[in-house]
Write a protein that binds this ligand. Structure first.
Ligand code: SF4
Ligand code: SF4
Length: 690
């Protein structure tokens, strides 16, 4: 046996130095955080711990791209396992001693086996990662020297760790050698191939290489774009909880600033998002704006925030203290524009801010739970409320919303016109209440602006009430008392108009005290159910897909006359992605005898936006291909006869997409699911054909 004692105090000392540098460099990053606005509190610890388990240790979002997910899983767990071995090295074997004691070494056997297996998996995964970045070039990944360096350092740590173990086993032997399934056989081969001096030299070289690479990694990481290795644990734990579709409240009375203009207007969680971006490009790959050639790229936006922050913090004093720290920084020669530079124009182009449909595909795709949409809306808020800077066509929409309670500017008196020609009476809430029978209603039907005014969607509204009537549901509508929920105003950044409309609606709803609000519009659903609570309005809200599915399930609606059509269901973003309602609309469509439900490639939570969300319904779309054309192309590719949906805006967008389809539509129709169902009912009466 050859004595191979390498535990010179120099190595741990080097490690302590590197770790100290790492801690100080990370602390430097905190300076910019100290200048940020407060973000959400550290509440709901159980849910936060569960998020950590699911999204970090479970890598839940990684496996949507299975190969990349496996690659990342190997690197992530390999990194954790190797840390144990490295800690043992730098602690003079202390960690090994501690782990060896319990269960008579059984635990250490598992550690040795795990490390060996995981080391191989990491090396394979890194080879695959290099292949992707240097050879196959998936479009969502941009070339990054930084990523190659980080991958190289991880591979170096793993390879030198294995090699030094093999030399040690070759020289000294090891009671756990049988569990070292890679370094053990390698050590056996080295023992036969090299003499004592060569083994000693090989061991020292690989052991020191391991130590130096680990220290280099610690020194390199804080300045790297791959800081997510350290920050993603925090970012996931401190994620936005509560309904995804609830935008942060803006206190119009007390806010010093409306929305976000500069870095210091951001919350610290927004900055943490920036420092956590892995540059994986999953958000970019899912974004309908980017896919159709718009300037908006959610990945570049988040990376831009980080770049602005890194640039700005270079001039900040070491220990910041709010305004005082900022003053010292400025006095120390920091250029004010680094902190005062507008985000729009630096991290994201002006046009891109308005390209966003707020569809949430980016947020849904992000493996480290970065929130793009809230930030984009905050940028809109600042431009709309403080600078009156927004696309010209929105002037009329804002004015109409504020003065007439709908984006089209149609008089409120016409809100009830859709009931004309129906063979049964639609009760008004005011009349029902006057008769003292409001408490006996099953639902208050919230028709929404599109359902009340848009000619195509009036047919959907009539189909909904035909179903309600056929099932004997006791319902009423608000008629001219209803006004826009404010969803488009809010998503377009006009929080003032949103709150104005919301308060009017809440006052009216609270006066009636509705049992349940039923709506066929996912945007109304989201705002009524998830956002009105911020202003004191708490209601039970159901979407018509859920309610109709229940009526069918309970046998109160009996669809009969299906005609064997293939129906593809287009999931509205605010229904499936934001509110998790996926099975109910499919249950309604599938309930019609003879209907064959088919799925588009992008469906459920991964649905592709129709292009109308985020107020884009009222905006021009000058750049690139139209989003609704792309979604229509996807619908046509499904080979269905009907593309069904459950949102008035999606319906209009799909109808227009079909009308303009250059290569023909093979007769495909766009229908709301209420129309699919109503058309199949046995004698509901008054159901208009689509
Ligand atoms: S919300 Fe939709 S449109 Fe907006 S950036 Fe994200 S993916 Fe793109
Ligand atoms: S924001 Fe999220 S999804 Fe987009 S590149 Fe960064 S880590 Fe990936």
């Amino acid at each position: 046996m050859i004595e191979l004692v390498p535990y010179y105090p120099l190595a741990p000392a080097l490690f302590v130095l590197a770790a100290t540098y790492f801690a100080l460099a990370m602390a430097r990053h905190l300076r910019i955080f100290a200048l940020a606005r407060p973000s959400r509190p550290f509440d709901r610890p159980v849910e936060r711990a569960a998020s950590l388990l699911v999204y970090v240790f479970g890598q839940a979002r990684m496996f949507r791209d299975r190969r990349a997910g496996l690659m990342h899983l190997a690197i992530f767990y390999g990194f954790l396992a190797i840390t144990v071995g490295t800690a043992s090295v730098f602690s003079f074997g202390l960690v090994e001693a501690i782990v060896t004691i319990p269960l008579d070494g059984a635990l250490w056997r598992l550690v040795v086996l795990g490390q060996n297996l995981v080391s191989v998996a990491v090396l394979v995964a890194i080879a695959y990662a290099y292949g992707r970045r240097l050879v196959t070039h998936p479009t969502r990944l941009t070339f990054s020297r930084d990523a190659l360096i980080i991958l190289g350092l991880i591979a170096g740590v793993v390879a030198t760790g294995l090699l030094s173990e093999a030399f040690r086993i070759a020289g000294e032997g090891d009671p756990y050698r049988g569990w070292a399934v890679v370094s053990g056989p390698l050590g056996g081969w080295l023992a036969g191939a090299a003499g004592a001096e060569a083994l000693r030299a090989g061991f020292l070289a690989s052991w020191w290489a391991h130590a130096v690479i680990v220290c280099t990694f610690l020194v390199y990481l804080p300045g790297s774009k791959h800081l997510h290795i350290a920050t993603s644990f925090f970012n996931v734990t401190l994620r936005k909880l509560g309904p995804r579709g609830r935008l942060p409240m803006l206190e119009l009375e007390t806010a010093e600033r409306f929305g976000v203009r500069t870095l210091t207007d951001l919350g610290w969680k927004d900055l943490l998002d920036g420092f956590t971006c892995t540059e994986c490009g999953r958000c970019q790959a899912e974004c309908p704006a980017w896919a159709t050639g718009k300037p908006l790229n959610p990945k570049s936006f988040i990376m831009g925030i980080r770049e602005m922050a890194v640039e700005a913090e270079a001039g900040l004093p070491l220990i910041p203290d709010g305004e005082a720290g900022r003053a010292v920084g400025l006095a120390a020669g920091l250029r004010p524009e680094l902190l005062e530079r507008p985000i729009v124009g630096a991290a994201i182009p002006y046009e891109a801010v308005w390209d966003c449909t707020t569809c949430g595909a980016c947020v849904e795709a992000c493996p480290v739970l970065i929130e793009h949409v809230d930030k984009i809306v905050d940028l809109r808020r600042q431009m709309v409320l403080e600078e009156s800077r927004f696309p010209a066509e929105l002037t009329a929409a804002f004015r109409n919303l504020e003065s007439l309670g709908n984006p089209w500017g149609i008089p409120r008196a016409q809100r009830f016109d859709w009931t004309r020609d129906l063979p049964f009476a639609v009760p008004l809430a005011a009349d029902v209440a006057a008769e003292g029978q409001f408490g006996e209603l099953d639902v208050l039907y919230w028709v929404g602006c599109a359902g009340a005014f848009d000619e195509r969607n009036r047919r959907v509204t009539r189909a909904v009430v035909a179903c309600l009537d056929a099932a004997g549901v006791r319902f009423a509508v608000l008629g001219a008392e209803e006004t826009c929920t404010g969803d488009p105003a809010r998503r377009l950044g006009n929080e003032y108009v949103f709150q104005l409309l919301a308060q009017e609606n809440i006052a009216r709803l609270d006066r009636y005290g509705p049992p349940t609000i039923l709506t066929a519009c996912p945007h109304c659903f989201n705002t009524l159910a998830n956002e009105y609570g911020q202003l004191g309005g708490h209601y039970r809200v159901v979407h018509h897909s859920q309610y109709l599915a229940r009526l069918v399930r309970e046998g109160r609606l009996r669809p009969a006359g299906g005609d064997g059509r293939r129906v593809a269901f287009h999931d509205p973003c605010y229904l499936s992605r934001y509110n998790g309602i996926e099975s109910a609309p499919r249950a309604v469509v599938s309930a019609v005898p003879g209907v064959e439900l088919v799925e588009m490639e992008r469906h459920g939570r991964r649905t592709f936006c129709c292009g109308a969300g985020g107020g884009r319904m009222w905006m021009e779309e000058p750049a690139g291909q139209r989003v609704n054309e792309e979604r229509t192309r996807q619908a046509l590719a499904s080979g269905a006869d009907v593309v069904a949906t459950a949102c008035p805006f999606c319906l209009v967008m799909l109808r227009d997409g079909l009308a303009g389809a250059a290569d023909g539509t093979d007769g495909m129709q766009a229908l709301d699911l209420a129309e699919v169902l109503a058309g199949s009912l046995e004698g509901p009466g008054g159901v208009p054909s689509a």
